[in-house]
Design a protein around this ligand. Structure first.
Ligand SMILES: Cc1cc2nc3c(=O)[nH]c(=O)nc-3n(C[C@H](O)[C@H](O)[C@H](O)COP(=O)(O)OP(=O)(O)OC[C@H]3O[C@@H](n4cnc5c(N)ncnc54)[C@H](O)[C@@H]3O)c2cc1C
Length: 348
């Protein structure tokens, strides 16, 4: 079983009675070409992005956290703030070099040995080991304007997300909720537009017809925006929360059932269910942009990623309770036509 950064939180990079292969050394990055770059599967996305941005290029989709490995996210999908436009990271791979279960080194793509290509992307390391990947690149801008929009209620936020996915006015769309000290949920949408100096975005046009209560707007370098989780990681490491158990749940919900499911689930959550540093995420996307066969998406035109990023104390009883709660939510989502993203090791 290949293992890279080991950030999966459900045992996906472990092999019972088997051998785990550390992929981190295979982290080379070849010369960046105008439309692609070839990288070792152990390279981290932060390294890939640094290399490509210096040529004015970027992978079309990046995860929120850039210290994940290329092989690790290509084994699950890789969703991020631009997925509403460009699908998953697995949808933006041109070619792979794989070591198969029979120990053969093979090169595959959508047109060459496509069964192997389709089995490995989103294949959770079970159908071969990715050695190198040819990643598609698109032109990048140098600056980013970030808009943090705050909402009192969840429903208007979800409605605005749907509007934005339809009209595509922002490059980057995310939504999240966390508990405030008062015990109330804080709902926020993080949006971004990338630009070059002299082409500053028109805030009034971008924020038109949205139902937020307040907004914070700031400009930063593109890399700093995409690498926002660096500060969060440093903070969570300093408090110890980074090393606590993280019984996460990641679901893809069909558009027709998403709002009721999310509202109902969040209504029942209390602080102990999610933890002080816990976060709930919701990302809308068109299912047609996800073309990776192994990543199952709901059979509706629009879906939402809904993630409970729980932080639990080092207490087996509490962790078991949260894992059981995840199991129930997973079952309910499946019965509504949802799918599970980041399946855990024991999942079929
Ligand atoms: C803080 C944090 C933020 C995250 N943010 C996002 C996000 O924004 N979007 C998102 O989609 N996911 C996100 N994830 C989940 C993450 O994408 C997956 O857990 C990913 O698999 C972790 O990559 P890794 O390098 O740590 O892989 P590991 O945990 O080491 O391995 C994960 C899986 O990939 C397989 N694998 C690893 N390398 C290879 C290889 N070379 N060939 C074949 N299989 C391989 C392993 O066998 C295992 O099944 C996040 C996780 C964390 C902890």
């Amino acid at each position: 079983m290949p293992r890279a950064q080991g950030h999966s939180s459900g045992g996906q990079a472990q092999a019972k009675n088997g051998i785990v292969v550390d992929m981190r050394g295979l982290n080379g990055i070849d010369a960046v070409q105008s439309e692609h770059v070839v990288v070792g599967a152990g390279a981290r996305w932060s390294e890939v992005l640094r290399a490509t941005l210096s040529h004015g290029l970027t992978p079309p989709v990046l995860t929120d956290y850039l210290e994940l490995s290329v092989g690790g996210t290509l084994s699950v999908g890789g969703i991020g703030g631009t997925s509403h436009r460009s699908g998953l990271q697995t949808d933006n791979v041109a070619e792979l070099e794989i070591v198969t279960e029979e120990d053969e080194l093979r090169t595959c793509s959508r047109t060459r040995d496509s069964d192997l290509f389709d089995a490995v992307l989103g294949g959770r390391g079970r159908h071969g080991t990715i050695i190198r990947a040819t990643l598609r690149l698109i032109p990048a801008k140098t600056c980013t304007r970030r808009y943090k929009l705050y909402y009192r209620e969840l429903s208007p936020l979800l409605a605005d997300q749907c509007l934005l996915v339809e009209d595509g006015r922002f490059d980057h769309i995310e939504g999240h909720a966390r508990f405030a000290d008062s015990g109330e949920w804080i709902y926020a949408m993080v949006l971004a537009t990338h630009f070059d100096p002299g082409e500053e975005p028109d805030d009034a046009a971008l924020l038109g017809r949205l139902g937020h209560e307040s907004a914070e707007i700031d400009d930063m370098g593109c890399f700093d925006f995409l690498n926002q989780m660096e500060d969060d990681e440093a903070y969570l490491r300093s408090t110890g929360a980074w090393e606590q158990p993280h019984p996460w749940l990641d679901l893809m919900l069909p558009g027709s059932a998403a709002e009721d499911f999310i509202v109902e689930t969040m209504r029942k959550l209390v602080l102990d269910d999610i933890g002080e540093s816990g976060l709930v995420l919701f990302y809308p996307f068109h299912t047609r942009v996800i073309t990776t066969p192994r990543v199952r998406v709901p059979a509706e035109p629009r879906a939402f990623l809904f993630s409970l990023l729980r932080t639990a104390p080092h207490d087996e009883v509490v962790v078991s309770r949260l894992v059981e709660s995840n199991r129930e939510l997973r079952q309910r989502a499946l019965s509504l036509g949802g799918t599970v993203y980041l399946e855990h090791a024991e999942s079929p």
